[in-house]
Design a protein around this ligand. Structure first.
Ligand code: GLC
Length: 394
């Protein structure tokens, strides 16, 4: 079996139907529910080969959209005691995740030409991005804030240590307890983003905003195709505004840094977040070349024998076996791959694709991997490995 065949077989094996909703669980043992950005990855991978399954997965996601437009980061379709935490709203969550939804819907359209599907999902998409732009940016500075590290999708990343007041050698268990404490704190302000961000945790995160830009562009294309002039204007205008604001407030010394709080305190921990803006074309070609040469391909910082470290080896928080604290994850590999392809860095993209395939072949479809040894860690039968099927055009 090729790695592609294994990836598609895994997605089929992890597919579930509950109450008429079909979705794919990221890992049957560790994560037996539906997650927002995971489902977008699944849809991107399945868009061509199994469009019905992919469309149903996205339909399931938007079926739990909240009245204010937010799409929750988890939907607990089934009862279970594994990984079942109270994220503030019964059955779902008061948090979101990197907004990959419009991109996934546009990928579906590119592969299927199914305009009816665009029209079906469009109202939910528009409401979701309107929510992010209006509620997560109370000062109209054109940068969207996250209210908990889990919203970045990189739950334990040391980017957030300073804001959480946790030490760099914190255990995974203590880290989770701290994030759940934050949920309790945000409960006291009713998850109203503006007051919660002011009081407890307000990070303008680089990958989240870069992903937002590329998704707003996808939303603009969707709206244009549907002849929705107002939505098209909203999406393309905000894509430009967020792009400019990232440059103005998050860009220093040749790279983008996440910032915290009212005063944009820079969170100077070097992580793969430096590379995420490549995905949205936010570096000039010269800046991108310099970034790739001095950081991405630098063996002392990010470039490791088995892939790209999610945290630079220079950081005191770097742990090759740590959950988002340096280990290799397939979603960042995919974002970096797509970013490199966008700039025409085909050789470098190919290296990432080859290293991703090699990891899956030696360690299996694990959740994360040791950059130095290639050992697999965390969940088994984890679906993110299927993203390699979308890293084959270099
Ligand atoms: C972990 C990851 C998160 C992902 C979830 C389900 O919590 O950090 O990004 O969505 O697992 O796979």
């Amino acid at each position: 079996m090729t790695i592609q065949d294994k990836a598609f077989a895994l997605l089929a094996a992890n597919r579930r139907t509950t109450d008429g909703h079909t979705y794919t669980v990221p890992s049957p043992d560790a994560y037996p529910y539906q997650w927002l950005w995971d489902s977008c990855f699944h849809a991107i991978v399945l868009a061509k080969s199994e469009p019905e399954a992919a469309m149903n997965e996205l339909r399931a996601l938007v079926s739990r959209q909240l009245p204010d437009g937010m799409i929750p980061h988890i939907i607990y379709w089934v009862q279970g005691d594994v990984h079942r935490y109270d994220w503030g709203i019964d059955g779902t969550s008061a948090l979101t995740q990197p907004p990959m939804l419009a991109y996934a819907v546009w990928e579906m359209y590119k592969k299927t030409n199914d305009e009816a599907f665009l029209a079906e999902l469009y109202p939910a998409l528009l409401r979701y991005y309107e929510y992010l732009i209006s509620k997560r940016d109370p000062r109209d500075h054109h940068l969207v804030g996250i209210i908990n590290p889990d919203e970045s999708g990189e739950d334990n990343s040391p980017r957030f240590d300073r804001v959480l007041h946790v030490p760099e050698d914190i255990s995974q268990k203590d880290h989770l307890a701290r994030r759940l404490e934050l949920v309790d704190a945000n409960r006291t302000c009713n998850f109203d983003a503006e007051s919660c961000m002011n009081k407890h945790f307000w990070v303008k995160d680089v990958p989240f905003n870069a992903i937002l830009v590329e998704n707003l562009r996808a939303l603009a294309r969707i709206a244009e195709r549907l002849d929705e002039k107002g939505g098209e204007h909203f999406a393309s205008l905000n894509a430009d505004l967020v792009t400019e604001a990232m440059r103005e407030r998050l860009f220093t010394d040749g790279v983008f840094w996440s910032t915290a709080g009212f005063d944009y305190e820079p969170l100077r921990v070097a992580t793969w977040a430096h590379f995420a803006p490549l995905f949205a074309g936010l570096y000039s070609p010269e800046e991108a070349r310099a970034l790739v040469d001095t950081q991405l391909l630098n063996e002392d910082t990010f470039w490791a024998p088995h892939g790209v470290r999610t945290v630079s080896r220079h950081e005191r928080s770097y742990r090759p076996d740590g959950f988002w604290r340096g280990s290799v994850w397939m979603a960042p590999h995919w974002f970096i791959y797509r970013g490199l392809m966008r700039y025409g860095f085909t050789e470098e993209a190919k290296h990432i694709s080859e290293r991703s395939v090699a990891l899956l072949e030696s360690a299996g479809f694990r959740e994360y991997f040791d950059p130095e040894t290639g050992e697999g860690y965390g969940a088994h039968n984890f679906t993110w490995g299927a993203l390699v099927t979308d890293m084959m055009d270099a």
